[in-house]
Design a protein. Structure first.
Length: 1097
């Protein structure tokens, strides 16, 4: 077997080895080819990518340099253009101020000339003897003083008569004194020469360019005057000639025309602008006197200093010859010479910059700048740095002036030049780094294309998502705008009809109260719509807060009064607990502040079925480190109940700077006994459309927007809001607000001093929390206080009052009241109407029981909002005049105590505040209680019926013809009735086309009023609805404006629309409308808008 196998092996081996060798060679050739191809491809790709990288680096470098160059050049050009506009604008301000002073001075001088000519005409025929001329001078003094006293900015008014006699009034601003200066010439003649027709300006008889200072024969007197009445308050004293003021003479009116000049006086810290005008004789043939008026130019320099406080540089004003008139510095403008003060030339100014700038202008244009010549120098070397120099020529006939502004170049271009050099170095370095990094990283960039495609795909995906998000946002904004329009239109009709009904004189007080409550509900629905729009503004970052003074405590009291009506129906007690040291007035957005607490109280009321809702508030100094930086939760002692200070997170609120001395931190708590919030949702409840119970079976409704808007508004005001843990059930919301306080101070919330009064107060109230708070506050004020919550205990206390000391059964300190009965102490009983049995007639017997103590105590009643008029009338008949609505808080308690101490006797009780208008100014308009101040707002002084009659008698739109374009019949009726009650005549058009046709028909028929001629097309104003059939308000406005082209007539058009977005207002103004009003229309705003436009037109 082995032999056969060996034979076979030896037999086949040469062929096998040959085949294997051939296969190996083939494989080696294939491998070498593939290897060569691979390396060739590798190096070709490497070289190509390396070349691309080098070219890319070079291209990037070139593009970077070109970008830097063009950006720098065009940026500098743009900034130079902007800087020129800024400098020109800054320079125009003092020039315009100077122009205003010139016009005012000439106006006063002209008025004095007219009055003087009137007096001369009156006395021209009788002023012959000395007594008659003295009457003339006395009359001139009276009319001159009347004009001088009415213009507080004047420095002096002088009258230089032809015979040399001078009368002048002078105001010394340094000593706050007013003087009458007159001359007593020893040799002047009093003979009448006022009708001398031959005394023309050319002859100058009796004048001879007389200088008052050089007239040695003149004796001058000065008499101090009362600045209000002009009556002398001191002795007439003789003064030397160097004490005289600037008095205009004939030399200043050589051609009989008005002249100006700038003078200096020892009585003024700034130069004086003097205007001189001649007074002609009744025959207009001779000058009988010269009137001179001087005004201090201090306000021009003050304006310049205010400008340079915000913008670096210098501003000064000179005459055409170069005399300094006003500067933005405190350097003197004149020097004292041997004879009198003298103005300084700009080239001699003590300020080196102004001096150098004046020298630069003098080199370019000499001593006198040509009239109308404006100078603009971009790189003037003044001292050690370059400046921008700009001048403006004020070409007055008698007093040309030049305004110059000098701004350092580094103020505008300094950082740009510095950063341009740094940017160039950085760009060159970056280009080199890109080249080196690209060459090194070329080996690892093989997947660059795929990565680039992935990034491009992601970018495209992101762009597509962004477009969808923007489209969604636009859809939402459009939806909100449309919903606002659709909801505001019927709301405008409802509120308008209610306003018409409120103005009806036939309504009783009960009916008026019911209609008012309906209007409050309507405005509450309108506020809900505003919340939806507020959310859109918050999300888009377009929410802007107003800055105005308002009474914070008053706003909160009105808010609590409004919610107390709902809380009574829910068997919930509302309590207001404000600290005594809270300022009376603060600065901020009152509407937004009230919106915050309205949402919080509304939430508390929604989730509270029984118990109480307490709104607490106190304030502290934000600059105190301990009050702002201690962020841990700690207890804060207050005047009534403990409060927990809120943790402060820097992510939401900001710490005020040291300069914000007028800011105060206001802390608030809204505490309720409702169902509470799960601690895991304390943060999520402040998100949009989030609620504590998101299930479909939740008991309470709502949109989930209230707390989101609240947190956004609180953060916008520099504060924070959060939910904190509390003992017991319910929810405790804590927030802080950073608000400004007026600089002049406004007093505190409660300022009544009760410690000096011997007073005892018995609180017979149902609400336990409110009663305890008021009781503790009274005891802190030194008032002896007793409490009860039921009728039986009240009767026991009152019966104990009538017994002797030994037989008293009340105990608990009430005996002291009986012991002090013989003293002059005051005893006040505050009774809740709920303590009476109102279900039967027993309450009348209870009132009869209280009448026994009417001589010993003063009664104040706490009524419900729905207390019947029968009960109120019965209380009034029995002598119980002090009545306020629930709830009882410190503000109302103060008014009750003041009424008792001052023996006030209000007649009826009305609503304490108007909750519908708690975000507006508290100036009563006759519909509710007249609220002129805090003290008068809590008790009733006026009746509603009389105030409504007074309102109906006011017709501010009397005599106006108004075209109303409105397609809704109800709104047509509402607007027509409202306008006609205001005195206007109304023509109604159902759409835009009818409005255009009505206007055209009036124009074609030339039916316009005689007193306006062709100026008005028959209508004084058009109220234009924007959304109407056939032709909307926008197209109608365009058509009306096209018809006015080439004519002088312009009829005001006011947009009246239910669209309340800011873009809608811009669209209305863009098409040519003059004003913009949203539905429902505020009658006061509508009247003020109509009056402003009709007066302007």
């Amino acid at each position: 077997m082995f032999g056969f196998g060996s034979f076979c092996t030896r037999k086949q081996s040469p062929t096998s080895r040959k085949n294997i060798h051939r296969d190996v060679e083939d494989q080696e050739e294939k491998f070498q080819y593939a290897s060569t191809l691979c390396w060739s491809s590798y190096y070709s790709v490497f070289v190509v990518r390396l070349a691309i990288m080098v070219m890319l680096a070079i291209l990037i470098g070139l593009l970077t340099l070109l970008t830097w160059h063009f950006t720098r050049v065009y940026t500098k050009r743009s900034l130079n253009t902007l800087a020129f506009g800024l400098r020109h604008e800054l320079l125009q301000r003092p020039i315009l101020r100077m122009w205003s002073i010139l016009n005012s001075t000439v106006e006063i001088a002209t008025a004095q000339v007219k009055m003087s000519e009137f007096v001369f005409r009156r006395y021209s025929s009788v002023a012959v003897t000395q007594p008659q001329q003295l009457e003339l001078y006395a009359a001139m003094r009276e009319v001159t003083w009347a004009l001088f006293a009415s213009r507080k900015a004047l420095s002096s008014i002088t009258i230089n008569y032809r015979n040399g006699f001078v009368q002048a009034f002078h105001r010394d601003h340094r000593s706050n004194g007013t003087f009458y200066i007159f001359s007593d010439l020893a040799n002047y003649s009093i003979s009448g020469t006022y009708d001398d027709a031959s005394a023309s300006p050319s002859s100058r008889q009796g004048w001879d360019d007389r200088s008052i200072r050089s007239n040695t024969s003149a004796v001058w007197y000065r008499e101090p005057l009362d600045p209000v009445t002009g009556v002398g308050i001191g002795r007439q004293g003789q003064i030397p000639p160097d004490e005289l003021i600037n008095i205009a003479g004939i030399s200043q009116v050589p051609d009989g025309a008005a002249t100006w000049h700038v003078a200096v006086s020892k009585y003024s810290e700034s130069p004086l602008l003097s205007a001189a005008l001649p007074v002609w004789s009744p025959s207009n043939e001779s000058i009988v006197a010269v009137v001179g008026v001087t005004t201090a130019l201090y306000s021009v320099g003050q304006l310049m200093r205010e400008i340079v406080e915000f913008h670096s540089g210098h501003i000064y004003l000179t005459s055409q010859e170069g005399w300094l008139i006003a500067t933005s510095t405190n350097t003197p403008l004149w020097v004292n010479s041997s004879t009198r003060p003298k103005l300084i030339m700009a080239v001699e100014s003590e300020d080196p910059v102004i001096q150098a700038g004046a020298h630069c202008l003098q080199k370019e244009y000499g001593n006198n700048i040509p009239p109308g010549q404006e100078v603009h120098i971009d790189n003037a070397k003044l001292g050690n740095q370059p400046y921008y120099i700009d001048s403006f020529f004020l070409n007055l006939k008698r007093l040309p002036m030049v305004g110059v502004i000098l701004i350092p170049r580094k103020y505008i271009m300094g950082k740009i030049d510095e950063r341009a050099f740094k940017t160039l170095v950085i760009l060159i370095s970056a280009s080199v780094c890109i080249l080196i990094t690209g060459c090194v990283c070329i080996f690892i960039l093989t997947n660059g294309v795929s990565k680039e495609m992935k990034l491009r795909a992601e970018l495209i995906s992101h762009l597509d998502a962004r477009r969808k998000a923007e489209a969604s946002s636009n859809y939402k904004s459009q939806f909100l705008a449309n919903m606002s329009h659709e909801l505001r239109t019927p709301m405008a009709a409802v509120i308008g009809l209610l306003d018409i009904l409120i103005c009806d004189d036939c309504l009783t007080n009960e009916q008026y109260s019911t209609v008012t409550q309906i209007r409050k509900c309507s405005t509450a629905l309108l506020r809900l719509l505003n919340n939806i729009l507020d959310l859109s503004k918050v999300e888009s970052g377009k929410l802007v807060l107003e800055e105005s003074e308002f009474d914070l405590s008053r706003e909160l009291e009105g808010l609590v009064d409004m919610f107390s009506v709902q809380c009574i129906n829910h068997n919930v007690e509302t309590v207001l607990d404000l600290s005594d040291d809270m300022p009376k007035l603060v600065k901020g957005d009152s509407g937004r502040v009230v919106q915050i607490f309205a949402n919080l109280l509304s939430n508390s009321l929604k989730f509270t079925t029984s118990g109480h809702i307490v709104l607490r508030g106190w304030c502290e100094n934000p600059n105190s480190v301990t009050s702002w930086r201690k962020f841990s939760v700690n207890l804060k002692e207050s005047w009534s109940t403990p409060k927990i200070k809120l943790n402060h997170h820097s992510g939401h609120a900001r710490k005020p700077s040291q300069k914000d001395n007028s800011k105060m931190v206001f802390w608030f708590e809204v505490d309720d006994t409702g169902c509470g919030i799960d601690p895991s949702k304390w943060e999520s409840v402040f998100e949009s459309f989030e609620q504590a119970d998101p299930s479909t079976t939740r008991l309470h409704g709502g949109t989930g927007l209230g707390l989101c808007i609240v947190r956004s508004l609180v953060n916008k005001m520099g504060g924070e809001i959060k939910v904190v843990n509390k003992s017991g059930g319910g929810t405790l919301m804590q927030l802080c607000l950073l608000l400004d306080t007026p600089i002049d101070g406004t007093g505190q919330y409660c300022h009544l001093n009760l410690r000096e009064q011997k007073m005892t107060v018995l609180l017979a109230l149902n609400g336990a929390i409110g009663r305890v708070i008021v009781s503790q506050w009274l005891e802190k004020r030194g008032v002896q206080t007793f409490e009860t919550s039921n009728w039986n205990e009240l009767t026991q206390m009152l019966q104990g009052l009538s017994k002797t000391k030994t037989s008293l059964a009340c105990g608990s300190g009430f005996e002291c009241l009986a012991a002090d009965e013989g003293n002059n102490s005051l005893f006040a009983i505050v009774i809740d109407i709920g303590l009476l049995d109102l279900t039967t007639n027993i309450w009348k017997d209870q009132l009869g029981f209280l009448e026994k103590y009417s001589g010993k105590a003063k009664f104040a009643w706490i009524l419900y909002h729905d207390t019947s008029s029968t009960i109120k009338s019965e209380l009034h008949r029995r002598g119980h005049l002090l009545m306020v609505n629930r709830p009882l808080y410190k503000g109302k308690m103060v008014q009750i105590l003041e009424a008792i101490m001052k023996d006030k006797k209000p007649e009826l009780q009305s609503y304490i505040t108007n909750p519908d208008e708690f975000h507006k100014s508290k100036s009563g308009n006759g519909k509710t209680l007249t609220e002129t101040n805090f003290e008068d707002s809590r008790l009733v002084e006026l009746s509603n019926i009389s105030s409504r009659k007074e309102t109906n008698q006011q017709k501010p739109l009397e005599g106006l013809r108004i075209l109303l374009a409105e397609d809704t019949p109800v709104l047509q009726k509402v607007a027509t009735v409202m306008l006609e009650k205001l005195g206007a005549k109304v023509v109604v058009a159902g759409d835009g086309q009818q409005a255009v046709d009505a206007l055209k028909s009036v124009v074609n028929s030339k039916d316009c009023r005689p007193e306006e001629g062709s100026r008005s097309p028959g209508f004084d104003l058009i109220l234009m609805d924007c959304q109407m059939p056939k032709m909307d308000g926008y197209e109608a406005t365009k058509a009306i404006r096209r018809s006015e082209l080439g004519k002088t007539a312009h009829i005001p058009i006011v947009a009246v629309t239910a669209h309340a977005m800011s873009s809608d207002e811009a669209k209305c103004l863009e098409v040519g409308m003059d004003a913009y009003l949203t539905k429902p229309i505020d009658s006061k705003l509508m009247v003020s808008t109509i009056l402003s436009l009709t007066k302007k037109s």
